[in-house]
Design a protein around this ligand. Structure first.
Ligand code: GAL
Length: 449
C-alpha cells in the first residue's frame, strides 16, 4: 500500500460514546442524566462494545473490510485534568492490535463530539485553554498508540459540533451564543493544527504491519447538499449558497490555507462564525461525512435568522430520520473536496433504516457516485459506512438504526442485516478487479447493474 497505487480502504465507522457503554465521565453522560435525550433515554451500557469489541471487529473483517474508523474517548483516558488512565490506554491498544490481527487498517479519531466533564465545565472548545489541552491529550495518544496508527482524524465534524453546542442547541451545553460559537470554531481549528503538527513531529516509528503507509492526518467534515426550497426564489437560492459557503466550504478553506474566501455574516450573529484561515495546508487528506441534502427556506421572523433548513418533503424517499436519499449530492461534495487536490476519504455515509429495506440500494447508489468521482479524477482513497452496528444516535437516542448489524439492546445480541451482505459482495467484487483505488472505475458498471 503506497501513495502511487493505494489499495482502496473499505471500512465502517463508529465513535466511542455511541457504542462503548458507561462513558460516565463525559459531558454527554451528564446531559443525558438531565433528561435531554428523546424519550428520556440514556446511553448506559450502550451496545456493550467495551466488552464485545473483538467479536464486533471480527464482524467487520468477515465482511471483507480492510479498515476501521473509531474514536478514542478523551474522558476515559484523562478522567481528571492531568490524570491519565493507563488501563484505558491499554484497552485502545488491544483494540488496535485486534484490528491489525484481522487486517483492518485503523483510522483513529481523536475527538468525536464528547468532552471530559472537567473540560466541558470550563467551557469546552470555547475555553481559551482548549487547544493547549487538546494538544497535550494528542501527545499522550501519540506516545501510547502512535506506533500502531498511521491514519489520524483529529476532529469529527467541527462545524456540527459548533452549531450543535452553541447555535442549534442539540448538543451540550446547548446554549445559544454566537460569540461562543465563534470562539469554539477558532479553538477547534487551532486544536487541529496543533494536533496535525504534533502527530507529524512526534509519531514513533511504525511497529504495525502496515509500515509502508505514510502517516496521514485529516479531519472528518460534514457536508450537506444545500438546495433552495423553491428554485424560483432568488432569495432562497442566495441563502442556500450562503449556507453552502459557510457550512461546507469555510472549514475546507481554513485547513488548506486557502484563506478565508468568505465570512458568513450569519444574519443573526454579528461575528462571523468561521474558523480563521490557517496560513498553510494543515491536512493530508480530507475526510467527508455525507448523508443527505437539505432545503433552504426563507422564513422571516421577529427573533432569529430568517432561514430554515428542512429535510424530506412528504412522500420523498427518505431515511427514518427524514433525511432525503440523494446520492448525487455525494458526487457534488466529492467534486468540491477534490478541487483541493488532496486525497479524499468518505469518513461517513449511511442511513437510518430500521427495516433495512432502503439501505442496500442506498449503499450501492452512493458507492456508484464514489466510483464515478474516481472516474472523474478525484483521488478517493476509502469509504467508511456509518455505522458498523446500531448505536446511540446522540439526541435521538437508540431509535435510529444505522447499523450493518442490528443490536438488541436487552441482550446485546448482534444480527447481520441483508445490507451487510450487499456491502460484502461489493467489496469482494472490487477485490476481484484488483482492489486498488483506480479499480473503482470498473466497479461503477457492476454497481449500475
Ligand atoms: C454524524 C456523526 C455520527 C453519527 C452520524 C449519523 O454527523 O459524526 O456520530 O451520529 O452523523 O447521524
Amino acid at each position: 500500500m503506497n501513495h502511487s497505487n493505494p489499495t482502496f480502504l473499505w471500512g465502517a465507522a463508529t465513535s466511542s460514546h455511541q457504542i462503548e457503554g458507561y462513558n460516565d465521565k463525559n459531558d454527554w453522560w451528564a446531559w443525558e442524566a438531565l433528561g435531554k435525550i428523546e424519550r428520556g433515554e440514556r446511553s448506559g451500557s450502550c451496545t456493550d462494545h467495551w466488552h464485545r469489541f473483538r467479536e464486533d471487529l471480527k464482524r467487520a473483517a468477515d465482511l471483507g473490510m480492510n479498515s476501521y474508523r473509531f474514536s478514542v474517548e478523551w474522558s476515559r483516558l484523562e478522567p481528571q485534568e492531568g490524570q491519565w488512565d493507563s488501563e484505558a490506554f491499554d484497552w485502545y491498544f488491544e483494540l488496535i492490535q485486534e484490528c491489525e490481527r484481522l487486517g483492518l487498517v485503523p483510522m483513529l479519531t481523536l475527538h468525536h463530539f464528547t468532552l471530559p466533564l472537567w473540560m466541558a465545565e470550563q467551557g469546552g472548545f470555547s475555553w481559551e485553554r482548549a487547544p493547549e489541552l487538546f494538544g497535550r491529550f494528542t501527545r499522550k495518544v501519540v506516545e501510547r498508540l502512535g506506533a500502531k496508527v498511521a491514519l489520524w482524524c483529529t476532529i469529527n465534524e467541527p462545524m456540527v459540533l459548533t452549531a450543535g453546542c452553541y447555535l442549534g442547541q442539540f448538543m451540550p451545553p446547548a446554549i445559544y451564543s454566537p460569540e461562543k460559537a465563534r470562539m469554539a470554531c477558532h479553538h477547534l481549528l487551532k486544536s487541529h493544527v496543533i494536533a496535525y503538527d504534533l502527530i507529524h513531529r512526534e509519531i514513533p516509528k511504525s511497529e504495525s504491519r502496515w509500515k509502508e503507509i505514510t502517516p496521514q492526518v485529516g479531519i472528518a467534515h460534514n457536508m450537506i447538499d444545500f438546495v433552495p426550497d423553491r428554485t424560483w426564489s432568488v432569495i432562497e437560492r442566495w441563502l442556500a449558497e450562503q449556507l453552502h459557503q459557510f457550512y461546507n466550504i469555510s472549514w475546507l478553506d481554513a485547513i488548506t490555507g486557502r484563506g478565508q474566501r468568505f465570512g458568513f455574516p450569519m444574519l443573526m450573529a454579528q461575528a462571523p462564525i468561521v474558523p480563521e484561515a490557517n496560513e498553510r495546508v494543515s491536512v493530508d487528506y480530507l475526510g467527508i461525512n455525507y448523508y443527505t441534502r437539505a432545503r433552504v427556506q426563507f422564513t422571516p421572523k421577529l427573533n432569529g435568522p430568517p432561514i430554515n433548513v428542512a429535510f424530506a418533503r412528504k412522500g420523498e424517499a427518505a431515511s427514518d430520520v427524514d433525511w432525503p436519499i440523494h446520492p448525487q449530492g455525494l458526487q457534488k461534495v466529492l467534486k468540491i473536496a477534490g478541487s483541493y487536490e488532496l486525497p479524499v476519504y468518505i469518513t461517513e455515509n449511511g442511513i437510518a433504516d430500521r427495516d433495512d429495506d432502503l439501505r442496500p440500494r442506498y449503499i450501492r447508489e452512493h458507492l456508484r457516485e464514489v466510483a464515478m468521482a474516481r472516474q472523474n479524477g478525484i483521488d478517493v482513497r476509502g469509504y467508511y459506512y456509518w455505522s458498523l452496528l446500531d448505536n446511540f444516535e446522540w439526541v435521538k437516542g437508540f431509535d435510529p438504526r444505522f447499523g450493518l448489524f442490528r443490536v438488541d439492546y436487552n441482550t446485546f445480541e448482534r444480527t447481520e442485516t441483508h445490507s451487510a451482505r450487499v456491502y460484502q459482495e461489493i467489496i469482494e467484487k472490487h477485490k476481484s478487479f484488483g482492489g486498488g483505488a483506480e479499480d473503482l472505475v470498473k466497479l461503477a458498471s457492476f454497481l449500475s447493474e
